[in-house]
Design a protein around this ligand. Sequence first.
Ligand SMILES: NC(=O)c1ccc[n+]([C@@H]2O[C@H](COP(=O)([O-])OP(=O)(O)OC[C@H]3O[C@@H](n4cnc5c(N)ncnc54)[C@H](O)[C@@H]3O)[C@@H](O)[C@H]2O)c1
Length: 385
Amino acid sequence: MVGRRQSFLTWGDIVRDGPTGLELHYVGAAAKVACLLSGWHIQASPYWGSIMRVLVTGGAGYIGSHILFKLADAGHEVAAYDNLYSGHRWAVGDAPLHQGDINDQARLDEVLGKGGFDAVIHCAAHIWVGESVRDPLKYYRNNTAGAFTLFDACARHKLKAVVFSSTAAVYGEPLKQPIDEDVQKAPINPYGASKLMAEQALIEAAGAYGFAYGILRYFNVAGADPKGRVGEATPENSHLIKVACETAIGKRPGMRINGTDYPTPDGTCVRDFVHIDDLAAAHLAALEHLLAGKPSLIANCGYGHGYSVKEVLDTVQRISGVMFPIEIGARRPGDPPSLVADASRIGELLGWTPHHDDLDEIVQSAWNWERKLAGGRDLGRPTSS
Ligand SMILES: NC(=O)c1ccc[n+]([C@@H]2O[C@H](COP(=O)([O-])OP(=O)(O)OC[C@H]3O[C@@H](n4cnc5c(N)ncnc54)[C@H](O)[C@@H]3O)[C@@H](O)[C@H]2O)c1
């Protein structure tokens, strides 16, 4: 990311126009690259060399771990904060793991108090819609009250920015597709509602206490690190591509398609699947944007087009070479026929351009990871948590 941005500005531009804050950011980036190339280690202030110091809550989980790797690859200083409820110690790689709960104010004070962090990326949450219906208070306690405690700590420790993992579930069942950020928010389950309340609190807290926020509303995140270092290992998973890969590898007996009579091209539901590596890159871009002093933002994170459930299952079968059984069932209540992002805003604001917008690529990376988890001889196995 640093390299990508450098190409937009030359030293000549900077000298001619004089250094604004943003340009100093680029100067810092150039200095950082020079130091890295010459083997120097930069230890000065957080903005020297534009190194960002970032704490990722939920960093031992699926999305948080990929963000850690993405930021570390770009030369930033990262650490994870996670209670290991559904995350894994191995998933953080070389990043420090601060074990703790987002509801634990004293532990947050301890970590944020001495960490010197510029920003927090807040991924920690409970994530299953069905469970949220059965046990709503579990979701409000963790996703809403926990977020309040975290945002309060961010304000008291004077962090400059918070990036929040939100979800398309805040929209509910919008009549208009693709879904833009300004459509009415009407979540249809406690999971979506718990996230929407956290969004609102973040916006108001940021305004009142003086930090920047970035709210990224993810659509269906899938796939694994293209380098195979990390991937999805969240227990009791219900994500379509993950479950299909688990079925192909033999962990589950078969799959079920819930409804083949939707008003979609093949009758099955259509969802906007975004590759985890592109999603992680969006967080890096959001942080660079906010820490360069640009305005807070709310943006969808999807590709703006979808794939049907049937297309996804066909692709997993073709790539894995396993023709697992697929049962056809009735529609499930609360499943809209199509959920596709209007993805224009994130491109306009952050210059975010997907690099993995391809179902085969998403599935191939997820399948490679599933084989690694299962201990495939050619891929090795991560150590357990
Ligand atoms: N996976 C998706 O497709 C998707 C889609 C939309 C939004 N999101 C959002 O992305 C975020 C990450 O989701 P994920 O798929 O990586 O889930 P995950 O379960 O793999 O990761 C969540 C992590 O948070 C940790 N955690 C949970 N509660 C905690 C607490 N109280 N204190 C500290 N750590 C805690 C867990 O141990 C885990 O490591 C969530 O906020 C979720 O709402 C995910």
